[in-house]
Design a protein around this ligand. Sequence first.
Ligand SMILES: Cc1ncc(COP(=O)(O)O)c(C=O)c1O
Length: 282
Amino acid sequence: MPNIGYLNGRFMPLEHVCISAEDRGYQFGDGVYEVIRTYQGRPFNLEEHLARMERSAREISIPLPLDKTEWESVLLRGVAQSGYANCKVYIQVTRGAAPREHQFSASLPPTILVTFREMPELDALHRTRGVHAITHPDIRWGRCDIKSLNLLPNVLAKQKAVDAGAFEALFVRDDIVTEGATSNLMIVKDGVLSSSERNHQILAGVTLLCVIGLARRHGYDVQERAIRRKELESADEIFLVGTTIEVLPVTQLNGHIVGNGLPGPVTNSLSAIFSQYIKDNP
Ligand SMILES: Cc1ncc(COP(=O)(O)O)c(C=O)c1O
């Protein structure tokens, strides 16, 4: 099956995509992105991803040249051309190409890139045994709610985690746990679920909002509030949520066992509820 690229209105094999050396995404990280996945060829939570991208772009004054219907059409055509049932769709919108200067012209046409690749399967053991996580200082800027291309702190934190034999780095800022380098997180204590307060310091994950909604509908008490490092360290259960990982248990934190060292009952239950929701909402 071919990997497909879409650049400024044209589909092509991914390896034919060619972007200007003076694109501001390349030189400044001046742009926004989304990662959307398909199940059985259908983009999942598409509306929510597109709404978040529109917001991200608006917050940094990049005009989006496509409306919702046009985005949907691009995505469906690209997914169909790729032939992948489980497709990882990456959208990147940058402010466009111009001679390098920090300030920008409002009339610069944005660069629209979409890539369509097969969604890699997560190691099945990650789900059944859970993954390891480390904590890491959150040195990111003050607008982590914008899904911007500037991911250097995330890149370095994730690498630290991988180098330590872990799957994810959980950011801590002023003793408050914000989110993972590539995911949001939730904790469980005495049957109560908590997720980090949604503010400028975390990305409002599409998966997180979906899981919170499902959990509440299934009778769980979910609190959205500041989570202190100590609470993370003493949680009965910790799990990560995100588009590519869905609901993923964390069974070790900084080398210490979480709960009894196995994916906990609430995590397992929400993981099953989420899987069912995917099946029911193709
Ligand atoms: C920093 C960060 N937080 C949270 C998430 C989860 O967001 P979503 O569920 O929308 O994929 C991601 C996913 O890319 C992320 O990079």
